[in-house]
Write a protein that binds this ligand. Structure first.
Ligand code: C5P
Length: 330
């Protein structure tokens, strides 16, 4: 690597959204161990920001933001210098793996210092790690002016994790395969959700394992995308949506975390139109009719002791650059 590259002062910051699954249909495991999915992804207004600059080796730091950094929400003292315990800080970090995959794709010998400003719950079923990987791919592509095609970025993203391609895309999209094959879906709604985070994360493989134990896998049909849900999204119609969202992992996640039943009860009590597990959990999603309703439901959840409840709009865009050289874009 050249000296000039090592001391390049430029920085790029890219923002990536959390995802929820309005429908998560899960089939029996494939020979490779992954489960075939038919899912409807939606990107929601909760973000991680990833800042990159060229460096002589790969490094990563994590700064907790928003409710993740709020001592009132966790009951723990706030230390902004301390990275979250369960986010790996070395080579295992998915943003570093993304950076390595990108330079390998281009046959380059480059490295970067990566800082993740994290607001998406960790191990929460909202694809926060996938958001970081997608943001790192785009940030490094812009930093080094690699002009990687969208097709190649999506292909690299798919090697990093099942949810990473969707984080690039954002909006509302169908996910098939193991979730990595994404196609935008028409969605004319402006939806509001209350995201109820949890202090303790849940392991995605553990939830899929519980699903396998609880399910008659021999009789399991291939998952499919529910046409009624797709119609409601295309029409932006809230009327039927509450009965149309669903998550095949919900029973498995609740079997591992029975305490979440109370969160669902509190959500309905707070006036949510529907309660839904986010991905593999433990984050719980409360469907609201509009922004005012979402604010009311958030306040009710706070009053019921769910300090990590936050109202978010959806759908929002996928990864996007928010600053070059530390200054705002445009
Ligand atoms: O693809 P990703 O690395 O995000 O997956 C994490 C884990 O979740 C996998 O190792 C697997 O145990 C489980 N998984 C699955 N089927 C999927 C997606 C994830 O079994 N479609």
């Amino acid at each position: 690597m050249s000296e000039a590259m090592t001391h390049d002062p430029r920085r790029v910051t890219v923002r990536a959204p959390a995802k929820i699954n309005l429908h998560l249909g899960v089939g029996a495991p494939r020979p490779d161990g992954y489960h075939p999915l038919a899912t409807v992804y939606q990107a929601v207004g909760l973000y991680d920001d990833v800042t990159v600059s060229t460096w002589h080796e790969w490094t990563v730091q994590v700064r907790l933001e928003g409710l993740l950094a709020d001592p009132a929400a966790s009951g723990r003292p706030h230390d902004p210098e301390r990275s979250h315990g369960v986010v790996p800080l070395g080579e295992d970090n998915i943003a570093v793996r993304a950076g390595r995959a990108l330079v390998e794709h281009h046959g380059l010998d480059l490295a970067a210092a990566i800082t993740i400003h994290k607001s998406i719950p960790v191990s929460g079923g909202m694809a926060g790690g996938s958001a970081d990987a997608a943001a790192a791919l785009v940030a490094l592509d812009r930093l080094w002016e690699l002009e990687t095609s969208d097709e190649d970025l999506l292909a690299i993203a798919a090697t990093l994790g099942s949810d990473v391609p969707f984080a690039l895309l954002g909006g509302t999209a169908a996910g098939t395969g193991r979730g990595e094959l994404v196609e935008p879906l028409p969605d004319t709604g402006s939806w509001w959700w209350v995201v109820v985070g949890n202090d303790t994360g849940l392991s995605t493989p553990a939830v899929y394992g519980a699903f396998d134990e609880l399910t008659d896998l021999d009789d399991r049909d291939e998952p499919f995308l529910p046409p009624d849900l797709l119609l409601s999204l295309a029409e932006g119609s809230l009327v039927a949506l509450p009965g149309q969202v669903g998550n095949d992992l919900q029973e498995a996640a609740l079997s591992l975390r029975p305490d979440l039943v109370q969160t669902f009860d509190d959500g309905y009590e707070a006036g949510a139109l529907e309660c839904l597990l986010s991905g593999s959990g433990p984050t719980v999603l409360l469907l609201c009719s509009d922004a005012d309703h979402a604010r009311e439901v958030t306040a009710a959840m706070h009053a019921a002791g769910h300090a990590r409840a936050v109202a978010v709009p959806a759908p929002v865009s996928g990864v996007h650059v928010v600053s070059y050289d530390g200054g705002p874009v445009g």
